[in-house]
Write a protein that binds this ligand. Structure first.
Ligand code: AMP
Ligand code: GLY
Length: 426
């Protein structure tokens, strides 16, 4: 079987790595891939958002399965196109991706189908939004409707700030159309976690719960990023809580989508806020796997990812039953370039990767890297995801940071506290 993976981040390296272990997978291509991916797959120089380019490549190469990593091609309707060509594709259709690409769509869906989320109002007119927030007591949250590269949510702590946020989005159009409509919602206090499930449109099958570290600096300080590290499992999310989330959020959402005439296949990712560690509320949905959450999750997966993906596509996920996982804890520490997230430096030689090859329990997933001769150089903001499995949180964290200590590139920055929140929950 020939498989094509779309994307070139750490998430896609983990997906390609895991698929490469399947006996059913013979050949893997990646568009565009990255340095690490190029060691196990053929990287093709086509833009990841070039839907025409990707579909003609898939046809020409007789690809048997396409796996879409990021949201952008989903939002452009890549799955709809490949479906029409009868090429099995893993990911939701364009209308399904609305759950991530339009906050207004996803909030309205949650309200209509009684899926727990913060109370909210939506606005498409600046003056009405301004009047509404005049009477509102902070804290509350303003969110742009569309995709803003992870920067569209503002937690407001004073009214003046809210006005300038609204003006920026709805008058100045800093994110273009994406910010012209907004959601204003209640602030929820609690602990965040990521809950990511496979779905065939009828049933859902959860991966392990995980926790991302969204800000750049230790102690959850500094600007928001794509994610600076993640670990799994999360101590306060036990089997009973998982069942509750499956029933009241994940299954209900897939049925809600079906109710709206959207047959949703692929991955459903819920960003959850847990009130008192007990009551989960949906902050947002994504139509794809998380990055970096995918790296520690897939590193712990024992089951064959290819088989699960095909079961989703063929509508027989129920037959899979459950996913087998390795014992223990998995932790991923992201190494980022100097200047990330605003203006990452690129082109720096990465040292020390060879020492980490074939170390049991450690895997370095590449994100912004490219191969130049026999070396790897940085080519983006998030560069590597150093991932380790251990018997305990302490053991996994120690193994990951020990591996980090042998890697070096100019300007390398990373958080020193990935995973340590788990100790607060134990
Ligand atoms: P979102 O893009 O909706 O996931 O929001 C980005 C981040 O903003 C989340 O990861 C939370 O940290 C924070 N956030 C979003 N909505 C809320 C809310 N209703 N209450 C508190 N924090 C929130
Ligand atoms: N790690 C957050 C995300 O993938 O959206």
């Amino acid at each position: 079987m020939k498989v094509l993976v779309i994307g070139g981040g750490g998430r896609e390296h983990a997906i390609v790595w895991k698929l490469s272990q399947s006996k059913r997978v013979d050949d893997i291509f990646a568009i565009p891939g990255n340095g690490g991916i190029s060691e196990i797959a053929r990287c093709i120089e086509i833009d990841g958002n070039d839907i025409d380019g990707i579909t003609s490549f898939a046809k020409r190469e007789r690809i048997g399965l396409v796996v879409v990593g990021p949201e952008a091609p989903l939002s452009l309707g890549i799955v709809d196109r490949l479906d029409r060509m009868d090429i099995p594709t893993f990911g939701p259709i364009q209308r399904g991706a609305l759950i991530e690409t339009s906050k207004i769509f996803s909030k309205n869906l949650m309200e209509k189908y009684n899926i727990p989320t913060a109370p909210f109002k939506t606005f498409s007119d600046y003056n009405s939004a301004r009047e509404y927030i005049n009477d509102l007591k902070p804290p509350y949250v303003i969110k742009a409707d569309g995709l803003c590269g992870g920067k569209g949510a503002y937690v407001i702590s004073d009214g003046g700030e809210a006005l300038s946020v609204l003006k920026g989005l709805m008058v100045d159009g800093i994110y273009g159309d994406a910010g012209m409509r907004v959601v204003v919602e209640d602030f929820l206090k609690g602990i965040e976690a990521s809950y990511i499930s496979f779905t065939d449109g009828k049933t859902t099958l959860p991966m392990l719960p995980s926790q991302d570290h969204k800000t750049l600096l230790d102690g959850d300080r500094g600007p928001n990023t794509g994610g600076m590290g993640a670990y799994t499992p999360v101590p306060f999310i036990g089997p009973d809580m998982e069942k509750k989330i499956d029933r009241e959020i994940m299954d209900r959402t897939v049925h809600a989508l079906e109710g709206e005439g959207i047959h949703y296949r692929g991955v459903l990712y819920a960003g959850l806020m847990f009130k008192d560690k007990k009551e989960p509320f949906v902050l947002e949905f994504n139509a794809r796997m998380g990055d970096p959450e995918t790296q520690p999750i897939l590193f712990k997966m024992e089951s064959d990812l290819y088989e699960i993906i095909m079961a989703c596509i063929e509508g027989r996920l129920k037959e899979v039953g459950s996913i087998r996982w390795k014992e223990g804890v998995s932790v991923c520490v992201v190494l980022a370039s100097k200047g990330y997230p605003e203006r990452p430096e690129k082109g720096k030689v990465i040292y020390g990767l060879n020492n980490l090859k074939n170390i049991k329990d450690v895997m370095v997933f590449h994100a912004g890297t490219k191969r130049v001769g026999d070396r790897f150089v940085t080519s983006g903001g998030r560069v590597l995801g150093v991932t380790a499995i251990g018997d305990s949180y302490r053991d996994a964290i120690n193994k990951a940071y020990e591996a980090v200590s042998s890697i070096e590139f100019e300007g390398m920055q990373y958080r020193k506290d990935i995973g340590s929140k788990a100790f607060e929950y134990l």
